[in-house]
Design a protein around this ligand. Structure first.
Ligand SMILES: C[S@@+](CC[C@H](N)C(=O)[O-])C[C@H]1O[C@@H](n2cnc3c(N)ncnc32)[C@H](O)[C@@H]1O
Length: 196
């Protein structure tokens, strides 16, 4: 999956990594930054998604589409599709540009708007990556977990660097008998839940 990443995907990944690194250094306001996952987390997500049971992939918080590109590697490997949600119009436009430039439009469906308004109409989910504003994590968790197929995975980023804000959700998931959960200490920390 990682040894033969198509050139257009690699090129777009490098492009977004450069923008993200520059924005973190030059004081670009938080909401304008891409705030994407580190590449190691991207690889981890792709490996997780590739191990998910049959079914669709979902991403909540596309930004410019960097993490989607990692998930697209797994989706293509397995013949699956990803639906990704993005609420900000300017990020939506960047994500659209990313998917076209990287040539992944065949496996990625981009949906504009608040994921919480769309998820109630969603069917079964095999893998979900949650990476939105931390204030919506709890709502998204409650919408996603009932929709996960048995063995389905929910991965939520920033479980360590936003631990204080996310503590109620971490407590909820660790005590939730519907899932097996733990915090994986990779980069910013990933809360990983597997549906029983
Ligand atoms: C941390 S960034 C996502 C980074 C991206 N996953 C990556 O690694 O390339 C969070 C994104 O979630 C979006 N977002 C926040 N709340 C959302 C919601 N309720 N529904 C959909 N997108 C949301 C924000 O606009 C922002 O672009």
């Amino acid at each position: 999956m990682f040894h033969n990443i198509p050139q257009p995907i690699q090129t777009r990944m490098r492009f977004l990594e450069e923008i993200d690194a520059r924005d973190r250094l030059d004081g670009t306001p938080r909401m304008q930054r891409l705030r994407q996952v580190p590449s190691q987390t991207g690889k981890f997500l792709a490996l997780l998604a590739a191990a998910a049971p049959p079914g669709q992939f979902v991403e909540i918080g596309a930004s410019a589409g960097y993490s989607t590109l990692w998930l697209a590697l797994a989706a293509r490997h397995l013949g699956r599709r990803i639906t990704t949600f993005e609420v900000l119009p300017e990020k939506l436009a960047l994500a659209r540009e990313t998917y076209a430039a990287a040539g992944v439009e065949d496996v990625v469906g981009l949906v504009g708007g608040d994921a919480r308004e769309h998820l109630p109409r969603f069917g079964e989910i095999a893998f979900c990556f949650l990476d939105a504003e931390k204030e919506v994590y709890a709502d998204c968790y409650e919408l996603v977990v009932p929709r996960l197929v048995p063995g389905g995975l929910l991965a939520a980023d920033n479980a360590i660097n936003h631990r204080q804000t996310l503590q109620p959700l971490l407590d909820r998931s660790l005590q939730d008998t519907r899932v097996a959960a733990l915090v994986v200490p990779i980069d910013n920390g990933v809360l990983l839940c597997r549906k029983n």
